[in-house]
Each structure stands twice: as C-alpha cells, then as structure tokens.
Design a binder for this molecule. Structure first.
Ligand code: ADP
Ligand code: MG
Length: 251
C-alpha cells in the first residue's frame, strides 16, 4: 500500500472575489506530520475544510486512500478514512468523556438527524465500538478520565478529548486545526507528546501557531500567506528561506 494517503492538487476556494485558498497542493504521508503555518486569514482553516469536505473546492482534485473526494460530503470522506478536529470544540459538555468518544465513534455510521440520546442508547449494539473507544482514550491519555463529565475536565484535557473523538472513527488521515491553541506550557508539552504517539500509522496535517511545537513535530512544513503557499519543504529548508523570514517568521 502506498504511503501517500492524501494528495490534494491545485485547490482553489473563492468566497466572492476573495481566493481564500489559491492553487494549493499538499501531500500527506503515513507516519509523517505536515505542518501548515501562516498568519491569521492565510487560508489554513479553509484548506482544512476543503480536505474534510466541510467546503467544496472551487477548483482542484483530492485523492484520499485512492478515492477522489473533492466536493464529497464530510460523512463520505470520514468513512474513507479522514478524521479532523475543529478550531472550535465539538465536545458535548454535559456528557462524560466516555460518552463523547462513543458518540464520535458512531458518527461515521450515522444516519438521520443529530440525536445524541438515540445514538448512545444504540451504541452497545454496534460491534467493536467499545474497543475502539478504549484505544482512542488510551492513546489520548484520558483513560483515567473516562467517567468524568466533559464540562469539568481542564482545557488541556478537553483538547485531548477532541483528539480521542477524532481517533475513535479510526482515521488513517488526521487534520488537526490548532490543537495547542490557548494552552499553557505544561498542557502544550503533553499535547506534543500525544501527537508524537499518534503519528505512527497516521498521516497528519497540523495547522498550528506554536512554533516550538511545529519545529519539534513537523517532517514537512508549508507556509501560507493570503491563500497561497509561499514555501514548502523540511522545517530546516523553510526556516532558511529568506522570503519566509521576511513575510512571516520575522527573523
Ligand atoms: P486562517 O485559518 O489561516 O486564519 P481562514 O481559512 O479562516 O484563515 O480564512 C481565510 C480567508 O477567507 C479570510 O480572509 C477569511 O475572512 C475568509 N473566509 C473564511 N471563511 C469564509 C466564508 N465562509 N465566507 C467568506 N469568507 C471566508
Ligand atoms: Mg484558522
């Protein structure tokens, strides 16, 4: 099986006259983290939304695990192996950590309208769901928190829970939009350790502002400004790029 799990070619997304993403190509490989950085408004979240199907591209092709997915629905793309976290949390705060992960595990199979209570009551009938949830919680370092109500865990643990919820759908490709946002140093360090744990067997695109984390984690680094890629390569190559230093890194 090829290690190129997701390949996006020449993606453009226009909102009226604005090209939020402008002719961007990105490849994601198994066991590798591809970080995407750039100032606010660069188009990083829009790119994530194009890959996940939350937005259809205006132009461009996406191949995920051998299937053409540009313009397909998020549920379809999820079933083909893509998992994503959102910049704004998706957690259902009144439920326990375990029930949140269980809901996420089932979302891949979901049919009909959003009805968490109905999903929870049908969960035990679904083969493999409990095992998937246990694995996801363990990888995310939240096993001890399984029966705690999500509203009462720390901010850092809520971000770990989002990762667990994403893992519960058993994706091969992970898109993470600013998983370190709003974290203190200790929380950021445990998130970096978590991301290194889940790197194995996954292809990951990491949108992140924390440069220490990016340079620790990334195998490949892409810099976006105003919807366009201004540099891509290994972190060392990008760091040495004079144009990037002038436009973004401010060194
Ligand atoms: P980033 O995540 O890098 O901060 P975004 O992808 O959120 O950037 O936004 C890129 C540009 O697209 C911004 O100028 C933003 O205002 C615009 N934009 C994002 N989403 C929409 C939308 N749904 N409709 C119109 N403009 C949008
Ligand atoms: Mg964003």
């Amino acid at each position: 099986m090829s290690d190129l799990l997701l390949s996006a070619q020449h993606l453009t997304k226009r909102f009226g006259g604005l090209a939020a993403v402008n002719d961007v190509s990105v490849d994601l490989f198994r066991d590798r983290i591809h970080a995407v950085i750039g100032p606010n408004g660069a188009g990083k979240s829009t790119l994530t939304n194009l890959l996940s199907g939350d937005l259809p591209p205006t132009i461009g092709q996406i191949t995920l695990n051998g299937a053409h997915t540009a313009g397909k629905k998020p549920e379809t793309i999820s079933r083909l192996g893509l998992g994503r976290s959102y910049q704004k949390t998706n957690i259902f705060l009144p439920f326990t950590v375990w029930d949140n992960v269980r809901l996420a595990a089932q979302s891949r199979e979901r049919h009909g309208p959003w009805n968490p209570l109905r999903w929870l009551s049908s969960a035990s009938a679904m083969p493999g769901v409990n095992e998937r949830c246990e694995r996801a919680l363990e990888l995310a370092g939240l096993t001890a928190r399984a029966h705690t109500v999500a509203a009462t865990i720390s901010h850092g643990e809520q971000r770990q829970l989002e990762i667990a919820m994403t893992l519960a759908t058993e994706p091969t490709v992970l898109l993470l939009d600013e998983p370190l946002a709003g974290m203190g140093q200790a929380e950021a360090e445990s998130m970096v350790a978590l991301l290194l744990r889940i790197k194995k067997d996954h292809a990951m695109m990491l949108v992140e502002h924390d440069m220490d984390a990016v340079f620790t984690l990334a195998d490949q680094l892409t810099v976006m400004v105003n919807g366009q890629v201004i540099a891509t390569g290994t972190p060392a190559e990008v760091r040495a790029d004079a144009g990037v230093q002038a436009a973004y890194l401010g060194e």
